[in-house]
Design a protein around this ligand. Structure first.
Ligand code: F6R
Length: 246
């Protein structure tokens, strides 16, 4: 697992976008694994900007998202599908048939099977991850075990609180979500986690402090990924109390 410390969230986003752009350029039909929330907003902004500047072509690119709230369809303003449409899909020449999203309002069993079948046939070339304050990736919350396949999870109180900022009120946040499991993540050719903000410092510190893979710290699975990169800005890194030269 490689660590990159940048001077700012902006720089982290540029470094991350360069990694995505290298894959898109080298492999025009690549499968991109995508996250939602605050962390990847800068990445999507750069991808859209560089697409509009004529540097990128998404016409053969495939995408698959990490997760979706149970009960929310793509037209719901707080759904992850809606977020993706707004920040990326409607801005570039991606084909609708090449976009893989969970329909949170659809039949769960069917959605889960669709996702796992897709991932088995189309391993991800590059995957962006954010990290929850509790160390979750996708919506793989701390648990006694790691779950391999796509599955339905009960969201932790802390996650509901953290995500309430996207909703009118906390009680509007769905209590459950569907998430890609660890096999989709570990089978990705490259996994890049971007973290920013003081609230993530504890989880990042725990991730970096030893060599353990612990389902109570879901992001620790990155240690078995073949090519995993963690990008943090200096402000967060300083919060971890670690020495950069360690
Ligand atoms: C969202 C996802 C989550 C977020 C995490 C951090 O698709 O997979 O794991 O990445 O909750 O969220 P932000 O970036 O909003 O702090």
């Amino acid at each position: 697992m490689k660590l990159i410390v940048t001077e700012s969230y902006e720089e982290s986003s540029r470094v991350l976008a360069d990694m995505f752009e290298e894959v898109i350029t080298k492999k025009p039909d690549a499968v991109l694994g995508l996250a939602t929330g605050s962390s990847p907003v800068g990445l999507y902004r750069y991808l859209v900007q560089d697409y509009k500047a004529g540097k990128l072509d998404f016409s053969k690119i495939h995408t698959i998202n990490l997760d979706e709230y149970e009960g929310l369809s793509r037209s719901h303003e707080q759904s992850f599908g809606y977020f993706m449409d707004k920040h990326l899909f409607s801005e570039v020449n991606l084909k609708e048939e090449n976009i893989m999203l969970v329909d949170g309002a659809g039949d769960m069993e069917e959605q889960i099977k669709r996702y796992d079948d897709f991932l088995e046939e189309n391993p991800i070339d590059i995957l962006v991850l954010g990290i929850g304050n509790n160390g979750h990736i996708g919506f793989n919350e701390p648990d006694e075990v790691f779950w391999a396949g796509t599955h339905l999870v009960k969201l932790e109180e802390e996650t509901i609180k953290a995500n309430a900022r996207f909703f009118e009120k906390e009680s509007d946040v769905p209590g459950r979500a569907v998430t890609m499991g660890m096999s989709g993540i570990v089978n990705a050719e490259k996994v890049v986690l971007i973290a920013s903000g003081k609230a993530k410092a504890d989880a990042v510190c725990r991730l970096l402090e030893d060599d353990k893979i612990d389902p109570m710290l879901p992001c620790s699975i990155l240690k078995v990924c073949r090519d995993a990169v963690v990008i943090v800005d200096r402000e967060l890194y300083e919060q971890t109390g670690r020495d950069e030269n360690e």
